[in-house]
Design a binder for this molecule. Structure first.
Ligand code: DC
Length: 656
């Protein structure tokens, strides 16, 4: 199954247009589950079926088929195209009643899951209960809302086409009625999943809403990386070329003819673009009687890949079997780059021009061994890379690092959280194997605890030098989205504790501080702790804090909500208009201090990124550090951001 994006929310919030826009851009499938419920309502009306049994009979007589092309989605009942009929007022009035029937939901649940399982790379599914019931482990869950009035105006605008006057009031009433029925029914009501991200689209247009979702997909690395397959006969230099791309000498050895190797992929970056290079091992062109076949491994590689590199040894030239391979490659209808390898100088290049005959256009002249031409080739590759490819590198589980100095109780915490259900993570295809993560279910979701092996080792041997402990923490921090810093509340906060906290802040990760060993606290110590927190933790006042006793399990259920709050803030985006009206009144009330006789003017601000939130303020002059901190403090007061660092940068611009 591919990546599933679940988009739930009330009617008229923009789910359909947004879902289609995302599916189209990612080249993923699309499923409108509301259309299925509408299809059932249409069948019920058409067949005059009133009892659940009659409705189910009608449904099995005319099975529903949804065609998920985001540019032209269609619904069929049996052979009849009912795409436009299901939008009638009659169906709209009937659908809430029909969709409240548990029998109907049960049948459609199976149908929906079947359709979702068929999606190869990814699918955007919109509805009311997708994140809560249909796909509770969806990689990204969104809850799209908007004010009732905004939704009514949008719906009305859709309806007015072909109508003489607008009827916002009536539409609004009907929407409100449907929301009410959908949210209060007993089976699978409209509800936001606890791990969903809420997007209020009241002041966003379609493009902005889709862009926000795209940003989340990109930031969480859920958009598959493009796969570049390196194909060619044995000994043409494919492995050397891959080593060249990776910029290192791995143990990739040239394939021996006749030996089939698995398709191995490596992550590669060029000019800020990430992609996977797939080594196809021996492209066995088997002389099989008179026909020449293509090896299975190469065949699969061609199907999986997004870009095909075809390597020929320019000293040998194209052989007959190369022609066969070229025909196969062409059938894929994917970008193909012909590479003339082992071109070490102008003479080689002149000879290699013969490869034009393959009909693949101008060859890229390269010496994989010496590097000649490899930069140009990489440019050429990144030019044809699609934005989204077939290599899934993340599964959507949020990544948590459990860190802290020795003896604070990290492994007890891990144990109590994991309980019986612990499992070391299997590697996701396309990522390097890292058998040190654990998937742990807490608070109704599954989390990926990264680098947990180190936690146990350190707990036992305890000797680990500072250097390695710091290194390990650094690695865990790089791989996580949110860090749980465990402190021992029963002893004074130490330098080392503070260093670790600073590391989290510097890494720009969300943070939850666990005050562990709360079972050992007495009133005296609690008073001291309060003072220590005031003194030492004021820099990270924003961090989420949980008092907990890993030994007994006390308050362990507080961790998941704290993690969610922190991650929500970490990925939050403030609309530019709200940001600037806030900043406008802030500056009017408290202008920046005069510096060198000049008063810097604040022109505007924008949120440059998320994870963590990064703001850029454009000014006409330097802003004092204290004033920047003041802005950050007020930003937090205005918009929240509990649990995440916030970065504020100032760009000085000449006024024009
Ligand atoms: O998204 P829509 O307005 O086309 O949906 C039509 C109705 O179907 C909506 O009023 C509630 C119902 N529905 C549902 O109950 N569960 C879903 N997953 C999708 C839609």
């Amino acid at each position: 199954m591919g990546i599933v994006v679940a988009i739930d929310g009330p009617s008229g919030a923009g789910k359909s247009s947004t879902s289609k826009a995302i599916a189209l851009r990612a080249n993923w499938n699309y499923l409108d589950t509301g259309a299925l419920y509408r299809g059932v309502a249409w069948l019920a009306l058409k067949k005059k079926a009133s009892t659940p049994q009659q409705i189910l009979t009608a449904l099995s007589d005319s099975p529903l088929k949804f065609v998920g092309d985001p540019t032209n989605a269609q619904l069929f009942a049996g052979d009849v195209d009912i795409t436009s009929q299901i939008r009638s007022a009659e169906v709209t009035n009937k659908v809430s009643e029909v969709s409240a029937l548990p029998e109907v939901r049960e049948v459609l649940l199976i149908l929906q899951r079947k359709m979702i399982a068929q999606a190869q790379r990814g699918i955007v599914v919109e509805g009311r209960d997708i994140g809560t019931v249909v796909v509770p482990d969806a990689a990204l869950k969104l809850f799209l809302t908007a004010d009732l009035e905004a939704r009514a105006i949008r719906r009305d605008a859709e309806l007015v086409i072909g109508q003489s006057s607008s009827q916002v009031d009536i539409v609004s009433q009907s929407l409100a009625q449907r929301d009410h029925t959908d949210s209060t029914r007993a089976t699978s009501p409209l509800a936001m999943a606890s791990d969903a991200i809420e997007i209020d689209s009241t002041s966003l247009n379609l493009e902005e809403t889709a862009e926000r979702i795209w940003e989340l997909l990109r930031e969480r690395r859920l958009l598959g990386l493009p796969i570049v397959a390196v194909l060619g006969r044995p000994n043409v230099g494919k492995s050397t070329l891959i080593n060249r791309f990776l910029g290192r000498r791995e143990a990739i050895v040239e394939d021996t003819p006749g030996v089939t190797r698995d398709r191995v992929t490596y992550e590669c970056t060029w000019n800020g673009r990430d992609f996977m290079v797939m080594d196809t091992g021996g492209w066995e062109s088997k002389p099989n009687g008179i026909s020449i076949g293509v090896s299975l491994s190469a065949e699969l590689a061609m199907q999986e890949a997004d870009v095909l590199l075809f390597v020929v040894d320019s000293h040998v030239g194209a052989l007959d079997e190369d022609d066969v391979l070229v025909q196969e490659l062409r059938k894929m209808k994917k970008p193909i780059i012909l590479i003339a390898n082992k071109v070490d100088g102008p003479t080689d290049e002149a000879e290699a021009h013969a490869l034009w005959n393959l009909g693949l256009g101008e060859p890229a002249f390269v010496s994989a061994l010496h590097g000649r031409g490899s930069g140009d080739l990489l440019d050429q590759i990144t030019n044809v890379l699609p934005e989204v490819g077939g290599a899934q590198v993340q599964d959507g589980y949020r990544r948590v690092a459990l860190i802290g100095r020795p003896n604070v109780g990290k492994s007890s915490l891990l144990n109590i959280l994991a309980g019986q259900n612990r499992s070391l993570v299997d590697d996701v295809p396309g990522t390097t194997r890292d058998p040190v993560d654990e998937l742990i279910e807490i608070g109704g979701s599954i989390w990926r605890f990264v680098d947990t092996a180190g936690i146990r080792r350190r707990a036992n041997q305890q000797s680990g030098t500072d250097y390695y402990a710091t290194l390990r923490t650094q690695i865990a921090l790089e791989r996580c989205e949110v860090a749980v810093v465990v402190l021992d509340a029963s002893v004074p906060i130490s330098e080392q504790d503070l260093r670790i906290i600073t590391m989290v802040e510097d890494a720009g990760k969300a943070m939850v501080i666990v005050m562990n060993k709360w079972d050992l606290m007495d009133e005296d110590r609690a008073n001291y702790l309060d003072r220590e927190i005031d003194r030492h933790l004021d820099q990270v006042e924003w961090a989420q804090r949980v008092n907990l006793a890993a030994k007994t399990g006390w308050h362990r259920d507080r961790l998941a909500p704290a993690l969610r709050t922190a991650l929500n803030s970490w990925e939050r985006r403030v609309p530019t208009s709200r940001l600037n009206s806030f900043l406008g009144s802030l500056v009017a009330a408290t202008p920046p201090p005069v510096r060198g006789g000049k008063q810097p003017k604040i022109m505007y601000a924008t949120q440059a990124g998320i994870a963590p939130p990064r703001f850029v303020i454009f000014t006409t002059g330097f802003l004092e550090a204290s004033y920047r901190r003041f802005i950050e403090r007020r930003l937090r007061e205005e918009f929240g951001f509990p649990g995440t660092p916030v970065q504020v940068a100032v760009r000085v611009r000449e006024r024009d």
